[in-house]
Design a protein. Sequence first.
Length: 647
Amino acid sequence: MKRREFIGLIGNTSLLMLAGPSALIAASTATTEFLFLEAESFANYGGWDLDQQSMDVMGSPYLLAHGLGVPVVDAVTEVEFPVAGSYRLWVRTKDWVAPWKAPGAPGKFQVMIDGAPVKETFGTKGDQWHWHDGGIVKVNKNARIALHDLTGFEGRCEAILFCKDPHFKPVNDVAALTKFRRKLNGLSDVPVDGGKYDLAVIGGGIAGTAAAISAARQGLKVVLVQDRPVLGGNGSSEVRVWPEGHTKQEPFVHVGEIVEEFVPLTAQPVHGTRNALGGMAYNDELKLQKVKAEPNITLLLHERAFAVEAVNNNIKAVVLQNIKTGIRKRITATYFADCTGDAGIGFMAGADFEQSQTGLMGVSNLWNVLDAADDTAVLECECKDKTALATQCEIGQVAQPFPRCPWAIDLTDKPFPGRKNFKGQWGKEDPLANLGGWFWESGFDKDPVTQIELIRDLNLRAMYGAWDALKNVDKEYPNHRLGWAAFIAGKRESRRLMGDVILSADDFRNHTPFPDPAFPCSWHIDIHRPDPAFDKDLKGQEFISRATEGDHFTYKQEGSQKQLYWAPYRVLYSRNISNLFMAGRNISVNNDGLGPIRVMRTCGMMGEVVGKAASLCVKYNTTPRGVYEQHAGKLRELMKLEGSYRV
């Protein structure tokens, strides 16, 4: 029996506390035998993906059948029941299009027990995560449990519960459910010791990876925490936003060299864009190799920070939870760097922050298509049914039908980029270049932290609606199919932590001088809003953005040099949490000041400077603010060193 398939035996008092009101029935005779099976604990995910993006809201990751309209391979695991016999089955899931009252239930799936499907079909009810009653099932002592996707259209399962008591009904309240599941799975709430470090970097995007490498090369003992299996964040193969921003600029020409080590600009555009390319273009392995080559870095993948211990505005520890095993780990450090993008560490520590409530920049889930009649495209396909597709195409069956999607955004009679005569902003002549790119973006009126699942799902409904319209209404691209789509959201904006300086767009426009230049900004004042050319009748469901452009959104040039502004060091640490740095899109800027700083190579240079500043904190036993007040010259000296320099 695997650890997370632990069979729980709890007393009637606990059962009544954690169950719904129906458990009060016949409490004195209720049996207390359960099997709580976490979706993330399945031995083989098959074609399902592990999604942790909403853990802060729902308390657990889940498995997602992200098949782009082709049913994915079963997720399978072996379990041992306390006894053979009858159990009531509960599955925690949802009908993901129900929030829009859309017709149909595209996320349908079955639970299979020893190869036989349970009568109930799941993913067909409820606009919120809930326990879907699967009825009474009969099982042997040992059984093979599988999640069987029926559609390929984003079915999702968070957990499965078998209960001998037919009257027991589990709760949906996250706090009570978390207590229940951890008890049944034998998981301690006391975290194991994860070690003590000079610097803990939380978030393994471009900014966090650069910060960890920079600090390690200055001799610090560093831990780098990432809640995904890869590094790079928006610049990874999971999200595929192409990293922008000019590195190695005067007067600190070595700032950016670390970034260039693991973010080389080598990929060639496809259909006029470097976004949403094949996964190899984003160099996941190179990022991992660079981090693992640093002996001073402890790399923790699949670990999500969910709690912070802070005393007197000083962070003492961060508690992590492994997204696969549920085991909790406590790491302590002298200094912390919040590179989460969402400012999660600062938020939990009580740092001053800002978050726009309206007029937010949206979230993208990039996507691309492929031509099944192109042998090279099929060979390079990242589709989950690649083998079947290749076999089909080898015998000449290259036509790629796509089902109607009545539950998607209805674009039957609406314009969208990629449809005939519609490009979108800076669109290309090739219509395929206008599908799934940067301007496919939604969530302008939604919270990108607490509503990220809803925003991502809206992006997917737009993608499926557009492809349905092109294939089935316009009768275009008979041999094309959806090739890849991100299920991990590419965020542009969420919380921003406040430092001793808060940059606005006017600082970039006017080249506001500061005595502590730290990293060069070269991207324009790039703010995204819904594009009015495509948002008619789509209030709350806008999915195409338009970026700001024109002289008002650029900043001064120095002679013949392209626009460039050196942002101050004081935006890289918290003004009220004494040992907290930040790097990435959560630094100290206001809403319009976010435009120039949020591109990833720029964020990576922030990380490089944070790593160097942290080394001065350790060396001189000071705070991030103390580096500015007492050791600014020393920081400038470190910024003049080559990125490869090691203490």
